[in-house]
Design a protein around this ligand. Structure first.
Ligand code: ATP
Length: 367
């Protein structure tokens, strides 16, 4: 089921009429989520991810704009009648009920013509438990489960009504690092197996990048970029997106474009054909540096960290916007920490330039 968000806006009015401090939590969100895909809503705290999800779920009403599930306009439809499955960060299981009773709960509450016979409900509950691989835990109480298992129960409970849309709000936040990794792969598997259109909210870029078909990067209620994770990483629309994606993060320098050449300090570090003369911010991915004794970018060497396959070179430069520059190069390259300086050339497709004021991307020809 595709989900269409049409000029979706949510404004929380000011509590105090004089203060004029209304919050535009979501500003004109326009997007068609394709059927059967997993979409990661990504951005820093307060950017409007949860508010967007709550509007899709019906828990919050948009100030303006419309929401469609397929061709159905669901903007005025209540949460119960939208056909959604919701999973929150805190699993919110009923502590006095067993796993089986927790999963059955949404079915037992169906009314009218949706009401189900008991054997059908049990069949559905077992099917949902099978999907999340907790069939052997059906008689336990939530307190007898690990965090990861509790979250699987919560997912089974969301799936049991066979929702049209699955909505997950930071579902992995309460899990430890290992379980997070495992559970996110589980979510991906379940989503693929069921083919349910899924929206997943997280502030963790790595999490969103690893399981999403598409990511939506948001900042202060405004969508910054939408695309396949790799495409957004490879071609960020602005400096915010460039900085938000990637570990280690992108390295940022102050630079100038003059005569289709990019200068960092006095050194011409890259040809930027098509870019107009101006002051810019330069972003270089850690894998965008090439060690080169004749390279134009000279940095002061601080440290060399060998990490198996790769070497991480930590250095500084007077025009770097970050205290440290972190470049990742192949471990076959030998770097002597005692030499004091390192020289690099930059890979054009891993180097981005941005307007200094607007921070929007300035495109140049990459040969
Ligand atoms: P987090 O990752 O911290 O949950 P988020 O990206 O999900 O953040 P939202 O919870 O959607 O962000 O909040 C977006 C903005 O709307 C924030 O500035 C927040 O303070 C504000 N906001 C959210 N709910 C309300 C509310 N009920 N009343 C007033 N302002 C609100």
């Amino acid at each position: 089921m595709k989900i269409v968000l049409q000029n979706l806006t949510k404004i929380f009015p000011s509590r105090n009429k004089k203060a004029n401090d209304e919050v535009i939590a979501v500003n004109n969100f326009d997007f068609e989520i394709p059927d059967g895909k997993l979409i990661g809503l990504l951005g820093p705290s307060g950017c409007g991810k949860s508010t967007t999800l709550y509007m899709i779920s019906g828990l919050q009403k948009p100030t303006s704009g419309r929401i469609f599930f397929g061709d159905d306009d669901v903007t005025e439809v209540s949460t119960e009648n939208r056909g959604i499955g919701l999973v929150f960060q805190n699993y919110a299981l009923y502590p006095h009920l067993t796993v089986k009773q927790n999963i059955l709960f949404p079915l037992q509450n169906l009314k009218g013509e949706d009401k189900m016979p008991k054997d059908k409900m049990l069949e559905r509950a077992h099917e949902a438990a099978r999907l999340v691989q907790i069939e052997e835990l059906m008689e336990r109480k939530p307190s007898e489960l690990s965090g990861g298992q509790q979250q699987r129960v919560a997912i089974a409970r969301a799936l049991v009504k066979m929702p049209r849309v699955l909505l997950l709000d930071e579902p992995l936040s309460n899990l430890d690092a290992r379980l997070r990794l495992q559970t996110r792969e589980e979510i991906r598997r379940i989503q693929k197996e069921t083919g349910i259109t899924t929206v997943f909210v997280t502030h963790d870029q790595e999490e969103a990048m690893s399981i999403s078909d598409m990511i939506v990067v948001m900042k202060t209620g405004i969508v910054q970029q939408i695309g396949a994770p790799q495409d957004v990483y490879d071609s960020p629309a602005n400096l915010f997106v460039a900085k938000f994606l990637g570990t280690p993060p992108i390295n940022v320098f102050e630079g100038v474009v003059k005569g289709e050449k990019l200068y960092i300090g006095e050194s011409a570090v890259l040809d930027v054909k098509g870019a107009a003369d101006q002051e810019v911010m330069v972003g270089v991915r850690p894998e965008g540096f090439v060690l080169d004794a004749k390279g134009a970018l000279e940095c002061k060497l601080s440290n060399v960290e060998v990490m198996g396959r790769d070497v991480s070179i930590v250095s500084t430069h007077p025009h770097s916007a970050n205290p440290m520059i972190r470049s990742i190069i192949d471990a076959d390259n030998k770097v002597d920490v005692n030499v004091g300086t390192v020289r690099f050339t930059l890979k054009a497709h891993k180097t981005f330039i941005f307007n200094k004021e607007t921070e929007e991307r300035i495109y140049f020809e990459v040969k």
